[in-house]
Design a protein around this ligand. Structure first.
Ligand code: ZN
Length: 509
């Protein structure tokens, strides 16, 4: 072997080992949110902080920096290098440069604070008590501002430095422009739906749906779209998520409510979409760019694609509805498919993001995007968050939350230090729309396939075009490569008009 080949395998071995180490923390995180007893939080915070510190030490090992420099001297890993090996070097450099700018103390403190603050948030939300959470939010925001200042290039936007960790190469300014175009069309669409005078009977979704039957139905649907239960699990958690521990082990969660069908069902499809992505990553590339998910926006495109583009379509239920009527006879006997389909696509302004419909969902994200930028820039003090939230909510939705649990305390993200994360949800919707159009064109007639219960061709297409490529390309390049155009709001707006105009009797312009 040449010296360069030697160095490359040395780099891959190190990255693999670092990822193995980090995946131990993922398992602890999963346990924290599923089975850990409440009183275990303080000990878990210490465990995770120690792991975060040790992980950081490995990620900033000067020897890793030397190997990278030697490989780069041979021309590998430039910013535009999209070769399989080059992308490994490129992404390793990105991660290394970010890590070395962060002191270990800050990394450990952020990890410890995230665990404890999350526990404080759970209590505060239960009691609708923002003042109890405020000191934690202040601490989290201060730590994230410190992190952003440490990693941002001089003169750079602080928020972008946080966003870059989740969505490589993205900037708040670019995202804001795409979002503005989306908002311009969404607001009149929401009004047109409201003024249509049509309102589906959504109460049929809150009849009796026994939890045991829901569990079985959720597993069957996740299996049908391609989630592999021999390489994954479905458990319960208060705040559903999917955690790819590593090859062959993907943990997803949902929550059941016997009086609310859509929560667990669409939640499961959503998390299964994330899980299918994790399971489709190249196992041999674990720890390196080709075996790592591309970005959170791309990750979310996979979950939203299965949840909404597939799971809320007429064709999906042409196949599944007869099974649903057997599984939930008390709720669905005598309810026609059209009534059920209209109910799961009910559009109306609501307080809670995760329960909102496809049309208003993105307005929830834009509101958070706006507020978290202000928190990071310092324009908004954490103490002023409830007022700012309620003001923005009134502006966008025409109503003011009665309490903070329905307002600024509803999401877990900020308590965990996930700032710069929210816009990736709407990016995910935009990507999903564009990918779905391309898949439909290339595979031909997805609707007919779904109505026959055939979901594997779409899964195989996603495996091929998205999953197996991992992080070899940047998210924007990947979308352009697969769909032959840059990301825009057009495909999503087309999808929303095509789906909701017939349901609400709107003229299709
Ligand atoms: Zn998601």
């Amino acid at each position: 072997m040449t010296a360069a080949a030697d160095r490359y395998s040395d780099l891959v071995a190190t990255l693999r080992e670092n990822a193995l180490f980090a995946s131990c923390g993922n398992l602890l995180n999963w346990d924290e949110q599923t089975y850990m007893p409440h009183k275990g939080a303080a000990h878990r915070a210490e465990q995770l902080a120690l792991l975060a510190g040790l992980s950081h030490e490995r990620a900033t090992d000067p020897r890793l920096g030397e190997v990278l420099a030697a490989l780069e001297a041979t021309g590998a890993g430039r910013a535009d290098d999209e070769s399989a090996q080059g992308s490994v070097v490129r992404e390793a450099r990105r991660a290394y440069d970010r890590a070395v700018k962060l002191p270990r103390r800050l990394v450990e403190e952020m990890s410890r604070t995230a665990t404890l603050s999350q526990q404080a948030w759970i209590e505060a939300r239960k009691k609708q008590d923002f003042p109890a959470f405020r000191p934690w939010l202040e601490k989290v925001v201060a730590l994230k501002r410190e992190e952003a200042a440490a990693v941002a290039p001089s003169g750079g936007v602080l928020y972008d430095a946080l966003l870059d960790e989740y969505e490589p190469g993205a900037s708040a300014a670019e995202i804001a422009e795409v979002f503005a175009g989306l908002r311009r069309e969404l607001v009149p669409l929401v009004s047109a739906i409201r003024d249509s005078g049509r309102s589906p009977d959504a109460s049929l979704l809150t009849r009796n749906y026994p939890v045991a039957a829901q569990r079985k139905f959720c597993v069957a649907a996740a299996e049908a779209i391609g989630f592999d239960f021999e390489s994954g699990r479905l458990d319960e958690a208060a705040h559903p998520f999917c955690n790819g521990i590593g090859p062959g082990d993907c943990r997803m969660t949902t929550r059941y409510d016997a009086a609310h069908f859509p929560g667990a069902f669409f939640g499961t499809l959503h998390e299964a979409g994330h899980g299918i992505y994790e399971q489709g990553l190249d196992a041999a590339g674990f720890g390196t760019a080709p075996g790592t998910y591309c970005s959170l926006g791309i990750h979310e495109s996979q979950s939203r694609l299965w949840e909404n583009f597939v799971g809320r379509s007429q064709a999906f239920w042409t196949h599944f509805y007869p099974q649903a009527q057997v599984a939930f006879p008390e709720a669905l006997t005598g309810v026609p498919l059209a009534g059920f389909h209209a109910a799961i696509n009910d559009v109306r302004p609501s307080w809670i993001r995760v329960e909102s419909d496809e049309v208003t969902y993105n307005l929830h994200i834009m509101l958070r995007f706006e507020l978290e930028q202000a928190l990071i820039s310092g324009d908004l003090a954490p103490a002023e968050l409830p007022g700012a939230w309620n003001g923005a909510f009134q502006r966008d939705f025409g109503m003011t939350p009665a309490n903070d649990a329905l307002g600024c305390l509803q999401d877990i993200h900020w308590s965990m230090g996930l700032l710069g994360y929210f816009p990736t949800y709407t990016l995910g919707n935009l990507c999903a729309a564009q990918l779905f159009e391309s898949a439909d064109r290339e595979l031909g007639g997805l609707s007919e396939q779904f109505s026959r219960g055939e979901f594997r061709p779409l899964k195989a297409w996603l495996n091929e075009t998205i999953h197996r490529r991992g992080r070899q390309y940047s998210p924007s390049r990947l979308i352009e490569l697969v769909t032959s155009r840059p990301l825009s709001a057009e495909a999503l707006l087309r999808h929303l008009r095509n789906r909701f105009a017939p349901l609400y009797g709107l003229a299709q312009s």
